[in-house]
Design a protein around this ligand. Structure first.
Ligand SMILES: *[C@@H]1O[C@H](CO)[C@@H](O)[C@H](O)[C@H]1NC(C)=O
Ligand SMILES: *[C@@H]1O[C@H](CO)[C@@H](O)[C@H](O)[C@H]1NC(C)=O
Length: 425
């Protein structure tokens, strides 16, 4: 969309000249001049009005919450419905990809689950709404609100005694950070600190499991990536905020005795996935006959990712919750050391992006139109590869779905969700 200035003053010099002459003719009489002035004032006023509307339409706090009915929903949803070792979990980002899957898995085995999500429009909110409906059908209540809203969080901890927090709300994506850096600070830094503040003040304190990212390995070249490797050369603001999150959670563990487990996810994919990820947008474009852009590294080296299937990641999240250990503080005071853990949740078998595309072509039965482009240095790293021996040792984490199988399940979901199985193909 051209800016206002561009529309009033086209950049082509020829056009501008013509308009200039026209301009002079129009201003010949004072009455026309008066009308012009009125018109300009009206234009400016409506522009300013629109501007302030955009500003005040703060996308973070548009939700309403509270009231008797709302509280009843939260209490019901948080209720543990199994006899031994059940937990009551607050899942942040519950309408997100991983959040919705983890919520369903917890509910299925009888744990209490309350979700929170701000339903922002980073990607198609209708997909988040659809996930929410799926959760609602399974008796999981999702609060429409933001994790940086401390009043809301305090209220939630007041009415439901969460034993655990599964913190998955975040601003994701490595390239979008150049467009909207503030969004990463809002969710991944400010939101995280607000959540930790409420958790450390609550009594008893919950144990926290949260999503860090494999992107913290940044430009590392030693493979596979192990948890003890250096993580001080991030390639994107997204990675930097996740790394900051690891440090911030460490201080809350150290000072207040919060039990913390950080999970470094490796390119999680599958049904109900995120439309901003390559496998998802490639599928969309291939089906619509549009070309896809495949990035390549220097010297035409293919990018590779340790693609990890959603069900494997869900098992890792639940294994982390089950083994998290207790927070030791109360009323904001630490009573003793609490666990601080970090685990890779990957698949341990990287696949190149062109190989991933070939698998999609096979499942979709359509050839992709590929444009190979040299990767711009704006956030993506050349490859990822997880060493998962630590998670295996701690809670028996063992991914079982290879990319071929996982993409088949994704494509099946995609075709059904977007109605391709009703004769569109
Ligand atoms: C987050 O909440 C805090 C405390 O309520 C507020 O001061 C801050 O401006 C918020 N930060 C962002 C980035 O929205
Ligand atoms: C994987 O990590 C473990 C520590 O969790 C380490 O002992 C092992 O050497 C690593 N393996 C490789 C291949 O780097």
């Amino acid at each position: 969309m051209p800016s206002l200035e561009e529309e009033l003053f086209p950049s082509t010099p020829g056009k501008f000249k013509d308009r200039n002459r026209h301009f002079h003719r129009c201003f010949a009489s004072t009455s026309t001049m008066f009308l012009w002035a009125l018109f300009l004032i009206a234009l400016t006023a409506s522009y300013l009005c629109f501007q302030s509307f955009m500003d005040s339409g703060n996308r973070y706090f548009t939700a309403t919450w509270g009231g008797h009915h709302w509280e009843k929903n939260v209490i019901n949803s948080a209720q543990i419905r199994r006899s031994h070792g059940g937990m009551s979990v607050l899942v942040t980002g519950a309408a997100g990809f991983v959040g919705s899957h983890v919520s369903l898995a917890l509910k299925k085995r009888g744990d209490g689950v309350v979700g929170i999500d701000n339903f922002n429009n980073y990607y198609d909110p209708s997909l988040k709404k659809a996930r929410k409906n799926l959760l609602n059908q399974n008796s999981i209540f999702i609060v429409d609100g933001d994790i940086n809203d401390s009043k809301l969080l305090v209220k939630l901890f007041d009415i439901a005694r969460f034993t655990h927090v599964m913190h998955l709300a975040a601003q994701a994506g490595v390239r979008y950070a150049m467009e909207n850096p503030g969004s990463y600070i809002h969710s991944n830094i400010a939101g995280l600190v607000t959540l930790l503040e409420v958790c450390k003040n609550s009594n008893p304190q919950p144990a926290i499991v949260w999503a860090s990212s494999s992107s913290v390995y940044g430009l590392n070249e030693k493979v596979p990536f192990s948890e003890s490797d250096r993580t001080d050369q991030p390639a994107s603001l997204y990675a930097a905020t996740k790394k900051a999150g690891e440090e911030i959670t460490h201080t809350y563990n150290h000072i207040y005795g919060l039990s913390i487990t950080g999970l470094r996810f490796f390119t999680v994919y599958g049904p109900w996935g995120r439309p901003d990820m390559a496998y998802f947008s490639f599928t969309r474009n291939i089906l619509q006959g549009k070309p896809i852009t495949v990035y390549r590294g220097k010297n035409r080296v293919d990018l590779a990712r340790d693609f990890t299937y959603i069900d494997d990641v869900v098992k890792g999240c639940i294994g982390s919750l089950d083994t998290s250990g207790k927070s030791t503080g109360s009323g904001g005071k630490k009573r003793g050391p609490a666990p601080y853990r970090i685990f890779n949740l990957g698949n341990t078998s990287p696949v190149t992006v062109p190989m991933m595309v070939a698998m999609l072509e096979k499942h979709l039965k359509v050839k992709a139109k590929k444009n190979f482009v040299v990767m711009p240095g704006n956030g993506d790293v050349p490859f990822t590869h997880a060493n998962i021996s630590s998670a295996r040792k701690e809670f028996g984490y063992k991914p079982t779905t290879d990319l071929q199988t996982g993409l088949k399940k994704f494509v099946k979901w995609y075709l059904s969700y977007y109605g391709y199985d009703q004769g569109k193909l």
